[in-house]
Design a protein around this ligand. Structure first.
Ligand code: IPE
Ligand code: IPE
Ligand code: MG
Length: 244
């Protein structure tokens, strides 16, 4: 067998971050409630977790609920807050089977107690896994995260523990919600919208961006595989010069 291009190992992003957008439109197109769209979107989460594992992606960060999403109608917010623990209870076995640690970033104290309960339980139960990580961005906002980091640094300066002149990008990054996580290599947004919507403002500095036309409930393993093919064809430069 010759070593054709199909046998060349593909570049795989270590950390993929996804803005899961389009659940509402998916439901609307079918005359269903927005919540039905979110329920179908949860199935895409399961599919993408599988796809990520099969492609060798180690870290998957999913934008599940933004700080701005609290402004949605109460019924939708409550529906989403109930969907999360239901999803976790149904699929936590997958985390154990795949050695996946569940983590969360965001203003988690804003979440209702019953949502937090299952979230924190599953995070604790999977804490020891090192193979893969699933990071849920919940009540997350990039500006909120940066503001929280500034507050933490300011408190240290005030306490005399930190010299302002000693603050470097690394010092700042050390105050982010999950400071040990490497930056995402690849950011996918579904539903054709081409914006960041306050997601990982610091961490996406050099991420490759990909905007998929499919609505999130239609984004399954095949669409994820296509995104992986696109990433493999990208050339990253990090401000340097192209290598050939
Ligand atoms: C993304 O889908 C899910 C959340 C933001 C929670 P949307 O609910 O934003 O769906 P569209 O954008 O209205 O179609
Ligand atoms: C971003 O989607 C947030 C999540 C996917 C959780 P939105 O639907 O809230 O973003 P905008 O309003 O279109 O920018
Ligand atoms: Mg949306």
């Amino acid at each position: 067998m010759t070593d054709g291009p199909a046998n060349v190992p593909q570049k795989v992003p270590h950390h993929v971050a996804i803005i899961m957008d389009g659940n509402g439109r998916w439901a609307q197109q079918r005359g269903l409630s927005r919540l039905k769209g979110h329920e179908q979107g949860a199935e895409s989460v399961r599919a993408v977790m599988k796809g990520a594992r099969n492609h060798g992606v180690r870290i998957l960060t999913l934008y599940a609920f933004s700080v701005e999403n609290w402004s949605r109608p109460a019924a939708e917010v409550n529906g989403l807050m109930n969907l999360l623990p239901r999803f976790l209870r149904k699929h936590e076995h997958l985390l154990h089977e795949n050695g996946t640690r569940l983590r969360a970033i965001g203003r988690l104290n804003d979440l209702p107690a019953n949502t937090r309960k299952d979230l924190f339980r599953v995070m604790a139960d999977t804490e020891a896994y090192t193979e893969r990580q699933l990071v849920l961005a919940l009540s997350y906002g990039g500006r909120a995260e940066l503001t929280d980091a500034v507050r933490a640094l300011a408190r240290k300066v005030k306490a005399g523990e930190l010299d302002p002149e000693a603050i470097e990008p690394e010092t700042f990054a050390g105050e982010l919600y999950a400071p040990d996580l490497p930056d995402p290599d690849f950011m996918i947004r579904t539903s054709g919208e081409q914006r960041i919507s306050n997601f990982l403002l610091w961490q996406l500095s050099y991420a490759e961006l990909y905007f998929a036309p499919e609505l999130w409930p239609d984004f399954r393993e095949e669409q994820f595989a296509e995104a992986m093919r696109v990433y493999a064809g990208r050339q990253r430069r990090f401000g340097g010069v192209a290598s050939c």
